[in-house]
Ligand binder design. Structure first.
Ligand SMILES: Cc1cc2nc3c(=O)[nH]c(=O)nc-3n(C[C@H](O)[C@H](O)[C@H](O)COP(=O)(O)OP(=O)(O)OC[C@H]3O[C@@H](n4cnc5c(N)ncnc54)[C@H](O)[C@@H]3O)c2cc1C
Length: 459
């Protein structure tokens, strides 16, 4: 029996950094990873996809070169093997960096294999039982493959397998019009594929406000992407040209025929083959590990961090989980996950940067509101860059004068949103940001102006 002070399962965004803190505090740590070091973000998520988004943006800009007075003689062509190799290199370098870091970490024993609980303090990897009084689960998630009609009859792509493509599909049908589907849809359109995005909700990215969904639809359609919302009867069937995706039973063409289909309908946690029942760790009805505000599970001595606890679905939330657990265990702090202000980005072009409540959530809260919205056509930096799609908006509590939420769907929206995130984290009133003197010309410089323009907005 290998006795450790702590066992970490999974090298997601929390595990490695936690190993660093625990070993620095003198603990003997067993670190178990079954496949690729660095987890989803490094290997099949953020890093390769944002590298591909950058290639797609370069292609888009090259096609628009004449708008900027730049002459490109000849056609813009895509070298897909090279595009893919670039993404692979970025991911591989990062993965190797993580693995080297862990293997060279004093006090850390790296074990490769699938970990399963045997009891509340014992985990087995192959033949090897490991035991520790503290176990940290950072096993992440994987693409959800829904049990839709025909799914076993056709080849389909997921966010992982699509990264292996070194050809541009003739016609990519993307099932799922949310974050992952939109990023891949726009990217492959820019690589030259015909693209259809099929979404069962009445609008794209349905968790966002209606004006955001509508603007994103317009941005997609302006690039020639076909968007089918209200797709109530999604099914898959083999077709001589590839795959027929049944879309609608009521109106519009009943199917979208593509050469390839990408399923981007959500994620599921990697908790089904972890032996959690033997440890007595409770799951919710969707398979996420139940945690309290300090990320402790139902079993003392076991914590769950990252996507598997259902409290965040991002690299920065997984990393913050590490920060919370480490601060509470090692620094005597009382950090809580409920103190985290939600913030994230959608990496379409232009990107969507989001923080806090949506407008509709703010309205549902019943508070008296202030709202301000400005199209990117009235943002100098966007005009200068020739990238004026989208808008920025802020919603605030009229009584406390605190910002409740903001969205920047526009060029640099993923960066500019941090000005609002920082003010919200500082728990300052909007007047602090209103009197900031931002740098010109930037997208961020419009926040004070936006706040001057706030108007009462109900309820
Ligand atoms: C296409 C795509 C794009 C994304 N883009 C972004 C983005 O731009 N920004 C952002 O913030 N987030 C993005 N995400 C989400 C982000 O990747 C995840 O939120 C992030 O990786 C957090 O993961 P984690 O730490 O929970 O675990 P993961 O990174 O998923 O890692 C879990 C690890 O655990 C290992 N493991 C699982 N089970 C076991 C076991 N039983 N034994 C041993 N090892 C095991 C797995 O092999 C894996 O290495 C994206 C995700 C996808 C799919």
């Amino acid at each position: 029996m290998n006795q450790f002070d702590a066992i970490i399962i999974g090298s997601g965004q929390a595990g490695g950094s936690l190993a660093g803190r625990l070993t620095s505090a003198g603990m003997k740590v067993a670190f178990v990873e079954r496949k690729l070091f660095g987890g989803t973000c490094v290997n099949t998520g953020c890093m390769p996809t944002k590298t591909l988004v950058a290639s797609a943006y370069a292609a888009h800009l090259a096609r628009r070169a004449a708008d900027y007075g730049i002459v490109i003689d000849g056609e813009v062509r895509i070298d897909m093997p090279k595009v893919r190799a670039r993404a692979l290199t970025v991911a591989t370098n990062a993965r190797e960096g993580v693995e080297k870091w862990l293997r060279n970490m004093n006090g850390c024993t790296v074990i490769q294999g699938h970990a399963r609980f045997e009891s509340a303090n014992t985990v087995r990897v192959g033949e090897e039982p490991l035991t520790a009084p503290r176990i940290f689960i950072n096993v992440g998630g994987r693409a959800l493959v829904p049990d839709m009609p025909g799914v076993r009859d056709v080849p389909f792509l997921t966010n992982t397998t699509i990264l292996a493509l070194d050809r541009v599909p003739k016609h990519l049908v993307v099932v799922g019009g949310s974050y992952i589907g939109l990023e891949f849809g726009q990217m492959f359109r820019r690589f030259g594929a015909e693209v259809t995005i099929v979404e069962k909700s009445p609008r794209l990215i349905a968790r966002e406000d209606e004006d955001v969904s509508e603007a994103i639809r317009q941005i997609m359609e302006a690039e020639g992407i076909h968007v089918r919302t209200n797709a109530t009867c999604i099914s898959l069937a083999p077709h001589e040209q590839g795959v027929a995706v049944g879309v609608d039973c009521t109106h519009g063409p009943p199917e979208a025929v593509g050469s390839d289909v990408l399923l981007a309908v959500g994620r599921r946690p990697n908790t089904d083959d972890l032996g959690l029942d033997r440890a007595g760790v409770a799951l919710d009805e969707r398979g996420y590990i139940k945690v309290d505000d300090s990320l402790a599970t139902s079993v003392p001595g076991i914590w769950a961090l990252g996507d598997c606890n259902g409290r965040g679905a991002f690299t920065h939330t997984a990393y913050n989980d590490f920060e919370i657990v480490a601060a509470n265990l090692l620094d005597g702090e009382n950090r809580k996950v409920s103190a985290r202000i939600p913030a994230y980005a959608l990496y379409t072009d232009p990107p969507l940067g989001r923080v806090g409540m949506t407008d509709s959530q703010a309205q549902a809260s019943g508070r008296p509101l202030l709202r301000s919205k400005r199209p990117m056509t009235r943002v100098g930096r966007a005009v200068e860059k020739g990238e004026t799609q989208g808008f920025m908006k802020v919603v605030a509590d009229a009584e406390t004068r605190k910002i409740l939420g903001a969205a920047v769907l526009g060029t640099s929206g993923d960066e500019a949103i941090h000005g609002v995130l920082d003010i919200m984290n500082a728990d300052a009133t909007l007047d602090v940001l209103r009197w900031a003197v931002p740098i010109h010309p930037t997208v961020s410089e419009l926040f004070p102006t936006l706040l001057v323009d706030l108007k009462p907005a109900g309820p």
